[in-house]
Design a protein around this ligand. Structure first.
Ligand SMILES: Cc1cc2nc3c(=O)[nH]c(=O)nc-3n(C[C@H](O)[C@H](O)[C@H](O)COP(=O)(O)OP(=O)(O)OC[C@H]3O[C@@H](n4cnc5c(N)ncnc54)[C@H](O)[C@@H]3O)c2cc1C
Length: 291
């Protein structure tokens, strides 16, 4: 199918894009990578009357290392993240995730912020954004910062208003004596959406006591979530096989997957446990802590 007729705008500044959003509100959609929007328009799941293509806005394709935090602009593609030395050094969980998103063609166009705004319940990036406590900068009439933990509201539903555009993500660089992070994706075949994806971040002190645990799961709930029950079990403890197993069980207990072509709900919940355990173990390994 071909999309229904729409009006096309290609603003060259953020303020122009936001004015258009304010003018057309629910009838308009931002186009960044187009890797989710265009297929949905072709299937006529979505038929916006107005497309606001932000690709001609200069200065939005940056990954900036500010020391305590890294800022990612709205036109940073999945492939930019995949090949970024800053990301590899500061956020290994994102370096893990990037090569498993779709295929090279999609990664060359799809954007990090577009994927967050799209909020597909099985998307990979939301897990990293949640586990890293990212802050998302929305530009409307004014700028506002939305914590990733408050951003995802439901399947394809976010805290973003129809008159706002996501312009930047701010990712705090995790600090601690020992820091380990990982993202593990379980997929049926290369390039597929996740059956489950688990992002883990652990910081430990010199005595190997866990100071901070952040675990985020995707594809096993109507929207990506932080496994807070599992995090609470870990903080203040020294890691052991038994503790990791308990945390993995607690994370899986918070999952509420649905049965579909990627597996039964029961199977997905079991995989949520297995992949949480593996993700935590990899994070510990990277923190230099043996269990
Ligand atoms: C074959 C295929 C396989 C895929 N596999 C995976 C996968 O394995 N894992 C995965 O995570 N994803 C996968 N995707 C989705 C891909 O990652 C998309 O790139 C991503 O979901 C959307 O990013 P985009 O920049 O392409 O956004 P677009 O398609 O341009 O937009 C998506 C939605 O977000 C809105 N939007 C976009 N940018 C902004 C912004 N800056 N501010 C506000 N709203 C905005 C749009 O209006 C639209 O509603 C796949 C896609 C395809 C086509």
């Amino acid at each position: 199918m071909i999309p229904r007729k729409f009006e096309y705008f290609a603003p060259t500044t953020v303020s122009e894009a936001v004015s258009l959003l304010r003018k057309y509100r629910d009838n308009a959609k931002i186009l960044s990578g187009g890797m989710s929007l265009i297929p949905m328009m072709k299937l006529r799941v979505l038929s916006p009357q107005v497309i606001i293509d932000i690709n001609n806005i200069k200065g939005l394709a940056y990954i900036k290392d500010g020391g305590k935090a890294v800022r990612i602009g709205a036109l940073v593609r999945h492939a930019d993240i995949e090949h970024s030395p800053i990301i590899r050094e500061k956020f290994p969980m994102m370096a893990d995730a990037a090569p498993h998103i779709a295929d090279m063609q999609v990664r060359n166009l799809g954007t990090f912020l577009g994927a967050l705004a799209h909020a597909d319940p099985a998307a990979d990036w939301p897990a990293s954004a949640l586990a890293l406590d990212a802050e998302l900068v929305a530009q409307g009439t004014a700028k506002r910062v939305i914590k990733a933990t408050k951003f995802f509201k439901g399947p394809f539903e976010t805290a973003l208003k129809p008159t706002e555009m996501l312009v930047e993500a701010i990712l705090p660089v995790p600090r601690g004596e020992k820091v380990g992070q990982a993202y593990l994706k379980f997929e049926r075949k290369a390039g597929d959406y996740a059956i489950v994806g688990v992002a883990s971040l652990l910081t430990l002190n010199r005595e190997n006591v866990i100071q901070k645990a952040a675990i985020a799961l995707t594809a096993v709930n109507p929207f990506p979530f932080r496994a807070t029950d599992a995090e609470e079990l870990l903080v203040g403890q020294k890691p052991s096989k038994d503790l990791i197993e308990q945390a993995a069980k607690a994370a899986a207990a918070m999952a509420d997957p649905s049965s579909d072509l990627r597996g039964s709900a029961e199977y997905k919940r079991e995989m949520a446990k297995v992949f949480t355990r593996r993700s935590l173990n990899r994070a510990l390994e990277r923190a230099g802590v043996a269990v």
